[in-house]
Ligand binder design. Structure first.
Ligand code: SF4
Length: 289
């Protein structure tokens, strides 16, 4: 469940660190980075991503220094290779990319593609489709029907409670949602329909990180959650710890650790989101030592 690292800072004070074995890169992020590095090595043309490849600013800076260009829209790309980021792109944009003649490298996580496929199936079967997630997150935007407004996003318990009575509801989750929250929404929607079909699309990697993080949090006095402030799955880890009453700080790098946080702390837990690289996690452990 965790690695135990004990440091004697001086003769009077020692700190134990519990580091989650789940902390850091998931397979989807590793795959996206492998495809990007491979493309950089092989391509003689400019290499772009549409938006950041993953939600970790330090990794994006590193990729930029190696030559990856981040475009905000297709208009910024005249020629070259476009890497589709792990969160996916909207179906309309995907079609435009295919039509553009640009070379496409598909680094969309298979788990995200699964959500897109399930939503398409539910729509074909005439379900009113609900995605539990964050409306403006690129992964949710990539789901069929979101941009057009005929797939509904639920962002809060209140929205679920106000959902109108509907004949058939099909339901999926953004891959990084908290499991308990998704279950709660499903429970509420059950009372709004005759038929509720629920696909548990929260990613395994995310679920394991959430469970392990709580196991560690209950054994320590303070949790450090490491990863991009723009990373949905990292923010969720910090939120789950805080919501359960554990003292928690969300940091991107070791430089954000404030000495006063550590006063009197003898046991500290560390976890990290699925887009946090090993060198940043190692940096946090090293800084605490
Ligand atoms: S967290 Fe899960 S869904 Fe997101 S990129 Fe990683 S494996 Fe894929």
């Amino acid at each position: 469940m965790y690695c135990l690292i004990a440091f004697s800072l001086n003769t009077l004070y020692s700190m134990k660190i519990l580091l989650s074995k789940e902390a850091g890169f998931c397979f989807g992020v590793k795959r996206a980075l492998r495809l990007t590095n491979q493309t950089l090595e092989e391509s003689k043309c400019p290499v772009y991503t549409l938006g950041p490849l993953i939600h970790n600013p330090q990794v994006i800076e590193d990729l930029k220094s190696k030559g990856v260009l981040v475009a905000q829209s297709m208009d910024e790309i005249a020629t070259g290779v476009v890497i589709l980021r792990s969160h996916g792109v909207t179906p309309k944009l995907y079609q435009q990319l295919l039509d553009s003649g640009l070379t496409i490298v598909d680094a969309v996580c298979p788990n995200v593609k699964r959500v897109q496929k399930l939503v398409s199936q539910l729509k074909q079967e005439d379900y009113t489709v609900v995605v539990v997630g964050e409306r403006n997150h690129p992964e949710v935007m990539s789901v069929p029907g979101i941009v057009e407004g005929d797939t509904i996003v639920i962002e809060s318990i209140e929205q679920a409670e106000n959902f109108p009575q509907t004949e058939r509801i099909g339901m999926v989750a953004q891959t990084t949602q908290a499991c308990e929250y998704f279950r709660k929404i499903a429970g509420i929607l059950l009372h709004k329909t005759f038929e509720l079909r629920v696909y548990h699309t929260i990613c395994d990697a995310v679920e394991r990180r959430q469970q392990d993080c709580l196991k560690i949090a209950e054994q320590v006095e303070m949790m450090l959650v490491v990863g991009g402030k723009n990373s949905a799955n990292t923010s969720r880890l910090a939120q789950i710890c805080s919501d359960n009453g554990y003292a928690t700080y969300h940091i991107e790098t070791a430089s954000e650790i404030q000495p006063e946080w550590l006063k009197g702390i003898k046991k500290i837990g560390i976890t990290a989101g699925a887009s946090t690289p090993p060198w940043i996690i190692e940096g946090v452990v090293a800084a605490l030592s």
